[in-house]
Write a new protein. Structure first.
Length: 383
């Protein structure tokens, strides 16, 4: 296959260095080489980029919807394709369609749909995120308490019944128990804690049993207080677990996030959107499980004021990490690419710009807005 060369933009290299006067050589959907601007291979097709920064594409592990589509409402290949296309406009080149707690029949439909989407090559789909139904009623948030379940054998079996891509399960450790966590991990699932009222001791035990992260740090989880460290304290103390952060200025105060970033290794934090169907649209309201959710700026709430996901996209999350948290651009981008790739155990395939990795890329302007993206070497305009 003829190589394609991208030139004219700065290149964000693995490790955070920004290289000038480099060209990126892409062949067969992968990064073949990073060469001096004048050393591109003969016969290659050249695309000259007008400045800006070429960075690894963003990976979002929590995408409930977008483009007017909610995965719970339509767990189908067509819906996944529409959600992926909506988020690709904001630099997301890899994502997990996320199912909020629902009936077991809907869970099974969602699993089959993601399996089929990957088989059909729908751009960007890396697996599925099952956020529930194994959650704490005390920390249900916007999840319907009537749809929460215990760790029954049929529920656990359904969560590990598919074979393509990653399966991320968000659960409340105190509801499920360590034996069930170990069973999910043994079956190949990635397990994160979320919507949990776990004590510090329960969370520590869950981490030892195989929980490798938390879905959205601080939100819908037992807080750290002076005499009860809670789930938050256990996670902030742990140097290995990955922490999803919703950096929209609504879900968590930026000062709290700044303090958290100083408490543990930076590469164990990753940006997530928790995006709902209005992202990428002009919608002012939508329905979630029969409840009306209002859109008010960056805030999505039901009639009681409970947050219902977000209006966030990954490009905005990266800009917010710079603006609200004081990070430099390479660090913010790493939290949207390298860290989630490592959490998903896909860092040998994507999440960085390096030879041999997938050519999943985003071209950012100087204002950090998205100018184009590539998935497996194919530009958005050519898809």
């Amino acid at each position: 296959m003829t190589a394609e060369v991208l030139t004219g933009a700065r290149v964000l290299l693995a490790g955070g260095a920004v290289a000038e006067d480099r060209a990126l050589v892409i062949r067969d959907g992968r990064i073949e080489a990073i060469v001096a601007r004048g050393d591109r291979p003969a016969g290659a097709r050249v695309r000259a980029l007008d400045g800006g920064l070429l960075a690894p594409g963003f990976i979002d592990t929590q995408v409930n919807g977008g483009g007017g589509v909610l995965f719970n409402d339509d767990p189908s290949v067509e819906a996944i394709r529409a959600i992926g296309a909506a988020h690709r406009r904001f630099g997301t080149t890899g994502f997990l369609p996320t199912l909020i707690s629902d009936d077991l029949a809907v869970v099974e439909r969602a699993l089959r749909a993601v399996d089929a989407a990957i088989a059909e090559g729908v751009p960007g789909v890396l697996g599925i995120h099952l956020e529930g139904p194994l959650l704490s009623p005390a920390r249900a948030g916007i999840h319907d308490p009537a749809r929460l379940r215990a760790a029954e054998p049929e529920v656990l079996a359904s969560m590990t019944a598919r074979h393509r891509g990653a399966t991320l399960v968000t659960l409340a450790p105190e509801v499920v128990g360590c034996e069930a966590i170990r069973g999910l991990v043994a079956a190949g699932a990635l397990v994160a804690a979320g919507h949990t009222n776990a004590t510090y001791a329960e969370m520590k035990a869950a981490l030892a049993a195989g929980v490798t992260g938390v879905t959205h740090l601080f939100n819908a989880m037992s807080p750290m207080t002076s005499r009860a460290p809670g789930a938050v304290g256990a996670i902030l103390q742990d140097p290995e677990a990955y922490c999803g952060l919703i950096v929209d200025g609504v879900h968590v105060d930026p000062v709290v996030l700044q303090i958290s970033l100083r408490a543990r290794p930076r590469d164990r934090f990753m940006l997530v959107t928790d995006a709902m169907s209005p992202v990428g649209t002009e919608m002012t309201a939508f329905s979630l499980g029969g409840r009306r959710i209002e859109v008010a700026g960056d805030r999505l709430t039901d009639a009681s004021g409970t947050l219902a996901g977000s209006m966030l996209d990954m490009a905005s999350a990266v800009r917010n990490a710079v603006r609200l948290l004081g990070l430099d651009a390479p660090s913010a981008i790493a939290m949207a690419s390298a860290s989630p790739a490592a959490f998903l155990r896909m860092d040998h395939q994507r999440g960085r710009i390096a030879p041999g990795l997938a050519a999943d890329l985003v071209w950012l302007g100087d204002d950090m807005t998205v100018r184009d993206s590539w998935i497996a070497g194919q530009a958005a305009g050519d898809a």
